[in-house]
Every structure is written in C-alpha cells, then in structure tokens.
Design a protein around this ligand. Structure first.
Ligand code: PLP
Length: 232
C-alpha cells in the first residue's frame, strides 16, 4: 500500500510532466484534492504532505470535516450537486463552488455569503458530453447566461467547469476539454477574464492539462479507491 504522501508525489509528477508536454509554465495547474468520503485524518495526512486545497461533494460530511480541521489553514471547494435549500452552509463555509448549474443557486449563494468574507469564487458547470445525467448548462446557453451570473453580488465568476463521460481513449478524453477551453476563449473579456478551467480527474488529468486546465480535481489517485458507506 502506498501512502497518501507517496500518491500525492506521484500525482504532482504527472501534472509536471503534462505541463512540460503542453509547454506550459511549470506549476500553472492547481491541484485540488477531492476528499469526499475521506476522513479528517486522511486530509491531515495530505496537508502534512503540502496539500492545502480540498474538494468535497457531500455537504453534511464536508461540514463535519471543515469543523474538525479548523486548526489548519485549508481552502475548501464545493464540487457536488447543490440542493436549493442547502445553499447557506455552502456560502458560509466554502471558498469556491465549481458545480454551479443554476442562476437561482448562484443568486442565493451570493445573497447568503457573509459580507465579511471575500466574494465566493464560482465556476459555471458546462455539459460538454450531451449526456443529461452529467449536469451543467448547455454550451449554447452560456453567452446569454454569463451576463446574468456576472451581475450577481456576493459571487465572483472565475471560470468554467466540466465533468465529461469517462473514457480511456486519449483523443476522446481531450474533445470535451477542448470544447470547454474554446467556449471560455469566446466568452472571456477584459472585464471577465474567466481564468479558471476546472477539468480533469484521476484518469484524464493529462488530457485536461494539454487542453489548458488550470485546476485538476483528483480523488482516487491521491487517496486510493473510494469506500462508500451508508452515510454517503
Ligand atoms: C469525485 C470527483 C472527482 C475526483 O474523481 P477521481 O476520479 O477520484 O479523481 C472530481 N470531480 C468531481 C466533480 C467529483 O465528483
């Protein structure tokens, strides 16, 4: 069994190698450690190995860990499905939300963001695979919607996010990532640089970095296979 520290080192090497292959600036990709279903102790082990940004999908589970780890200086990213009646704890406890697929949710999050905290950073989720189950806005809707998102107080739209269908085929992996980057390039402006492309997971981080990912969301490759139990 390799340790979380060893796996993190391996993931960082994969990221560096992909950045070199893409001729990108070294360390231009942020590594988000996806800690859903993991314990606070596993997060402490990752923190001890230099990891500070963590992504969570399940709100109740996340809130318990955020509380248990309040002694550490961590950055928390919400990446799961949002329930309309549960936006307040997200607005109060997270630094980023990647999975925004509803203007209504974004409006509530902005309204509920404590005024003493910086605006909540949000990525708008885009459906790049045409599968309804994947969630996210259709790419064609984005130009119109972006203006409405941009006008909301309490949030800062920093970029786009996608979760494509899983495939081992390298060319097929790159297609949805390229679509997201091209979409971002047509939407960005001086007033709204949309610097973030949140894309790439354990199985396809190289493809995502080659297409311009600025944040990769990595769970299994850092923490090992997920173990779900009845509380998740
Ligand atoms: C679970 C999850 C990840 C991490 O997936 P791995 O394949 O374990 O790296 C990334 N993004 C989202 C939205 C997830 O739900």
């Amino acid at each position: 069994m390799s340790s979380i520290k060893q796996r993190l080192t391996r993931v960082r090497q994969r990221i560096e190698q992909a950045e070199r292959q893409a001729e990108r600036t070294p360390a231009s990709t942020i590594l988000l450690a996806v800690s859903k279903t993991r314990t606070a102790d596993e997060i402490r082990a990752a923190f001890a190995a230099g990891q500070t940004a963590f992504g969570e999908n399940y709100l109740q589970d996340a809130l318990e860990k955020i509380d248990a780890l309040a002694d550490l200086k961590l950055e928390w990213h919400f990446i799961g499905r949002i329930q309309s009646n549960k936006t307040k704890p997200i607005a109060e406890n997270f630094d980023w939300v990647h999975s925004i697929a509803s203007l209504k949710h974004a409006r509530r999050l902005g309204e509920q963001r404590p005024p003493e905290r910086p605006p909540l950073k949000i990525c708008i989720q885009v459906n790049t695979s045409g599968e309804a189950s994947k969630g996210g806005h259709e790419p064609e809707q984005l130009p119109e919607l972006l203006k409405a998102y941009q006008a909301l107080p309490g949030i800062e739209v920093v970029g786009l996010m996608t979760i494509p269908a899983l495939t081992d085929d390298a060319a097929a992996q790159r297609r949805p990532f390229r679509l997201l980057r091209n979409l971002r390039d047509t939407l960005r402006s001086d007033a709204l640089p949309l610097e973030t492309l949140s894309m790439g997971m354990s199985g396809d981080l190289e493809a995502a970095i080659l297409e311009g990912a600025t944040i990769v969301r990595i769970g299994t490759a850092i923490f090992g296979p997920r173990q779900y139990n009845s509380t998740n």
